[in-house]
Design a protein around this ligand. Structure first.
Ligand code: APR
Length: 251
């Protein structure tokens, strides 16, 4: 592993178009559980997967109420970026970050200092809410104020429709322009750095072979094996909060 770490940090220190591809694993050290890790939301409660499936969300007010409670927890507790997020912000500060593709919806990369126009949120984010009927959009914090005041599943105030944070759930279409942008970034990378993702969700996992074919070095930082470890130039298991600062020279 030490060889891999020293080789990987050498490649990163000489790179100027690093593309990071992050997943839920980078936010666990901020207190946000991942999905498929040993203590993941779905590992510990397979039924929780329903919260991420649009069919259940639209059909069942209890699923929606649970989802709003989860959003409340996420925003109420002191959820802060961690050393992993700051390490990636440091890459951008030094002009080495070409793009940061994230599957996360928590907005922690931007709070750590990565600029909004460099962060590509392929699954949307929780900070805006949309009406599934009239397509009204507004800040999630205003809807959470209604949830805190006792509305378990607040309807759209304009049309009475179902409200949902502007995240993309299973069963919902991804935004083609966003995916194209992410894939374009992967093709332009001289280093593709995947962090805290099990690389099991497509099409975004295809960014790994795409970057590799385009000539990038692929570095995978993840506690558990991923399906792409065999094609990576370096695989760094272990805690992201320790590895990433060392890899990115302290962020
Ligand atoms: N250090 C290193 N690795 C970690 C850490 C940590 N502190 N915490 C978690 N991990 C690893 C886990 O071992 C796991 O392999 O991060 C990975 C997270 O994988 P997933 O839970 O599958 O999350 P992700 O890859 O982001 O899922 C992709 O699927 O669930 C849907 O839409 C959701 O965006 C999500 C997408």
């Amino acid at each position: 592993m030490a060889d891999d770490l020293s080789a990987a940090s050498h490649w990163i220190s000489h790179a100027n178009t690093v593309v990071a591809l992050t997943g839920a694993g980078i936010s666990t050290e901020s207190g946000i559980p991942d999905f498929r890790g040993p203590k993941g939301l779905w590992t510990t409660n397979p039924k929780a997967e329903r919260l991420s499936d649009i069919r259940y969300y639209m059909a069942d007010t209890e699923v929606r109420a649970l989802a709003w409670q989860k959003r409340l927890e996420l925003t109420a507790s002191a959820v802060e970026p961690n050393a992993g997020h700051y390490a990636l912000a440091g890459l951008e500060r030094r002009g080495q970050m070409h793009a940061l593709v994230t599957q996360n919806v928590d907005g922690l990369h931007q709070r750590a200092g990565n600029s909004q126009d460099r962060v590509i949120e392929v699954h949307g984010n929780i900070h805006e809410t949309v009406c599934m009927s009239c397509h009204w959009r507004g800040p999630t914090r205003d809807v959470l104020t209604r949830v805190r005041a006792g509305e378990a599943d607040p309807p759209c105030e304009r049309c009475g429709g179902i409200l949902k944070t502007a995240t993309i759930s299973f069963g919902q279409a991804l935004v083609p322009e966003v995916i194209d942008r992410a894939m374009g970034a992967a093709e332009a990378a001289d280093v593709l750095l995947t962090v805290g993702t099990s690389l099991q969700v497509y099409p975004i996992a295809d960014a790994v072979p795409l970057a590799k074919q385009a000539g990038a070095r692929v570095i995978i930082v993840n506690a558990e094996p991923t399906p792409f470890d065999s094609m990576a130039d370096a695989v760094l298991p272990g805690r992201i909060g320790e590895i990433l600062p060392a890899l990115c020279q302290g962020g």
